[in-house]
Design a binder for this molecule. Structure first.
Ligand code: FPP
Length: 240
């Protein structure tokens, strides 16, 4: 699939991705699981560039979930260092591409201080950029996000009768992010796995059989084509 095969007037504004299948990719090659994550970095950079070329304005990835702490400690350690390494190695080139980098998730004591510092530095470095906004969900869980939103609403002393859907949306980790139009999950897993639960109420979900380390911009374009062939009705009826 190429960009010219797509309807450029109907490009999703926000695409979110669950980069799944790194472990299986490595295991099928008799490599340690961590090699799959390493290979996934190339996919991420290629897909981000493809999204930017397509004119996508917001791209969000699930980098580390609140459930990922339960993995073997060696893999957790690897993933923490790996995320830091990607940030350090890639933020300058993303900055040059006018990409604004943001993070969503719990920045609590579970997350190493140094990584939180790197996140803050990266957000500051890129905050003035006007191109694609790349949001990294780190120590993120959809239910945790809703719980954290409810806690803050209560802390602010809001009365129950004033609370509506907009109130919840305004108290999410980053209320400026529009809801995703399209969510892609790779590796043939047909689950949402606690990703952006509130935000995906009306998103189109596309599941790809491709393992994340094999996923490239052409696969992104294929998903966008499928998205364009769907009929989004938001609970209403079609115009045609
Ligand atoms: C899921 O594969 C993937 C992850 C847990 C991590 C993916 C993270 C990256 C590619 C880097 C992101 C970093 C930044 C800074 C954006 P899996 O291990 O669950 O695969 P499996 O389902 O085959 O076991």
């Amino acid at each position: 699939m190429k960009i010219s095969d797509l309807d450029l007037s109907r490009i999703p504004t926000h695409i979110a991705a669950v980069m799944d299948g790194n472990g299986r990719w490595a295991e099928s090659r008799k490599l340690p699981r961590t090699e799959g994550h390493t290979a996934g970095e190339q996919s991420l950079m290629d897909v981000l560039e493809g999204a930017d070329d397509l004119g996508v304005k917001w791209f969000t990835v699930f980098a580390f979930s609140t459930e990922n702490w339960a993995r073997p400690s060696e893999e957790v350690k690897f993933l923490l260092n790996f995320n830091e390494k990607i940030l350090l190695e890639r933020r300058d080139e993303l900055n040059e591409r006018n990409v604004r980098i943001r993070f969503i998730g719990r920045r609590n004591r579970q997350v190493p201080r140094r990584l939180i510092r790197r996140m803050e530095e990266t957000e500051n470095l890129t905050k003035g950029n006007t191109g694609l906004t790349f949001t990294i969900a780190f120590n993120y869980g959809g239910r945790a996000e809703i719980v954290d939103a409810v806690k803050r609403i209560i802390d602010e002393g809001m009365s129950a009768e004033r609370i509506n859907e907009k109130t919840i949306s305004r108290h999410l980790y980053d209320p400026t992010i529009p809801d995703p139009d399209l969510v892609i999950r790779t590796s043939g897993e047909y689950r949402v796995s606690n990703f952006l639960l509130w935000e995906i109420a009306y998103s189109e979900l596309i599941f790809s059989e491709t393992l994340w380390p094999d996923f490239r911009r052409e696969d992104l374009f294929t998903a966008v084509k499928e998205y364009q062939d769907r009929d989004r009705r938001y609970g209403g009826v079609s115009e045609t």
